[in-house]
Design a protein around this ligand. Structure first.
Ligand code: IMP
Ligand code: MG
Length: 195
């Protein structure tokens, strides 16, 4: 249990050791799958930055990085507007690119790196953008998956952990931009009370 200023309860769901072990396993899988080839990791800002940096260091292949920034159109309802909780992090389905990729993805092996696969709307949108570049291949690596929340089907080739429908923070994941720096992945017990 963490005790940080203004935070009541953060319960550890996945420890840094569990995360490190699983990230190493996914790295080994990617290394096997792309042996002898080059890859480009494309991280979805900002949540995937920490996962990407750990994952990439477990893949001893010729590799480059790029990042894409996205946000949902309009503001998501705040927890205060939606005390029941859910809509506070529901994707709105319309995604806006806030930072485009820098490199050409044409004929590249693209690994799209995301922190968490929730409704699937964000990754569906980004996948379409990437496919328009005509990559050689596109694979998705998501550290976390909440399958019970899916609204659009999406194929992720590499998944770290399937988790229940709870709001999680840490290891890149935020709540109102905070907690990304926690080394473990934690469940916020009562998000509304924490703001
Ligand atoms: P999707 O479009 O619903 O799949 O949205 C995925 C995005 O929602 C992720 O990239 C996160 O930014 C955010 N998200 C979904 N669930 C959580 C969570 O439990 N904690 C933090 N962010 C989340
Ligand atoms: Mg995100």
């Amino acid at each position: 249990m963490y005790k940080i200023a203004l935070v009541s309860d953060l319960k550890i769901l996945l420890s840094r050791q569990q995360i490190a072990q699983r990230v190493a396993e996914i790295g080994a899988e990617i290394t096997r799958d792309f042996r002898g080839q080059s890859i480009i990791f494309v991280g979805v800002l900002k949540g995937a930055a920490i996962f990407l940096s750990d994952l990439a260091r477990n893949v001893p292949l010729d590799a480059t990085f790029d990042f894409i920034g996205v946000s949902s159109y309009g503001n998501r309802p705040t927890p205060k507007e939606d005390p029941a909780g859910h809509a506070a992090w529901d994707s709105l389905g319309e995604v806006r690119v806030t930072k485009d990729m820098d490199q050409s993805l044409s004929d590249r092996n693209v690994i799209l790196v995301e922190d968490i696969l929730d409704t699937g709307l964000t990754l569906n949108y980004i996948s379409k953008l990437v496919m328009a570049h005509q990559p050689r291949s596109l694979s998705i690596a998501a550290l976390l998956d909440k399958p019970s929340r899916r609204k659009q089907p999406i194929e992720a080739r590499y998944i770290g952990f399937s988790i229940p429908d709870a709001y999680v923070v840490g290891y890149g994941l935020d709540y109102a931009e905070r907690y990304r720096n926690l080394p473990d992945i934690c469940v916020i017990d009562n998000p509304v009370a924490n703001l």
